[in-house]
Design a protein around this ligand. Sequence first.
Ligand code: NAI
Ligand code: MG
Length: 356
Amino acid sequence: MNSHRIAVIPGDGIGPEVIAQGIKVLNHIAALDGKLQFEFTYYPWGCEFYSKHGRMMDDDGLDQLSQHEAIYLGAVGYPGVPDHISLWELLLKIRKGFDQYVNLRPITLLEGAPCSLKEVTREGIDMLVIRENSEGEYAGAGDWLFKGKPEEVVLQTGVFSRMGTERIIRYSYETARRLGRSLTSISKANALNYSMVFWDQVFEEVGREYPDVPTSSYLVDAASMFFVREPERFEVVVTSNLFGDILTDLGAALVGGLGLAAGANINPERKYPSMFEPIHGSAPDIAGRGIANPLAAVWSASQLLDFLGYEHHGRSVLKAIETVMTDGKVFTPDMGGRASTEQVGNAVVEALHALQ
Ligand code: NAI
Ligand code: MG
């Protein structure tokens, strides 16, 4: 029996609703496999925990999580707790504490997914965006001087270390080589005359070790236009923390919306657990009504399976999502249907069984 220890942080709002469906899918995969087993440990951390205990997670939270191979997270954030607290004291604490410096966000138009673009083919949107996840514009370096005074000054500094820049770019070349695809770097060296000039330089330097990987470079503003107009230009994409954050939400909108978009936070060296999550938030506007779309959480469960070395199961989960969407009968309201979160989860499970 291959057993895997997974920490589960359902979090706030629709987090627990969608995670329940992802767990159901993972358990069915394990049952279908016969030799695979998951040991889930639940952690009640998030904004509700904060309102009781004054902190987003236990003080030794990272130690507890480090006992696991991977973390499966719903969403954190809820009205009443400032977003910068929920983000910095839970999500970013984990991403940074566990050096999850790779954020993998597939922007692939699955069969049956609604596409907001009229003039593209399904094959035309199939990219993997690799976002730098540990430093850059989100390094949290800066100051707020003379707060509230007329001479007030705010500084928010981008931090691009050689190690941090090289490792994300090298990871991206490796990934492009493994997949036999091109690699595009997205930066902004004309305006950001230190950080992005450096980024471009490292992209070129590291690229000399990968002469077999075709490359291109774009400025982020032009890239956002091409994401919409000619997405077929992009295969594997590497970009900084801020640009990646924005571009992947744009990308998510092209391939079915936030209810479908997944992201993995990876520590490639596997020294620490990696974390898998839908990229949407806790959606307080629809929380508690049982109508959240669980497909993003299910897609991230498929990324988790890939990470654990069960790519064939990961592919089955994506196929099952495609079956549900192509059938077109069981959609949550965000995708134009009337089904509940649970009905969509059940439909995925049925499709999985039918695939066997
Ligand atoms: P959001 O992603 O929660 O919601 C944006 C819109 O998309 C809402 O109208 C929501 O109903 C809809 N939506 C999102 N996920 C959906 C799903 N699975 N099914 C159907 N509809 C869905 O973003 P928002 O409103 O900006 O943030 C709400 C809270 O979530 C905030 O506290 C924010 O800080 C937090 N947040 C947490 C994230 C995380 O844990 N990774 C990521 C983004 C936001
Ligand atoms: Mg974001």
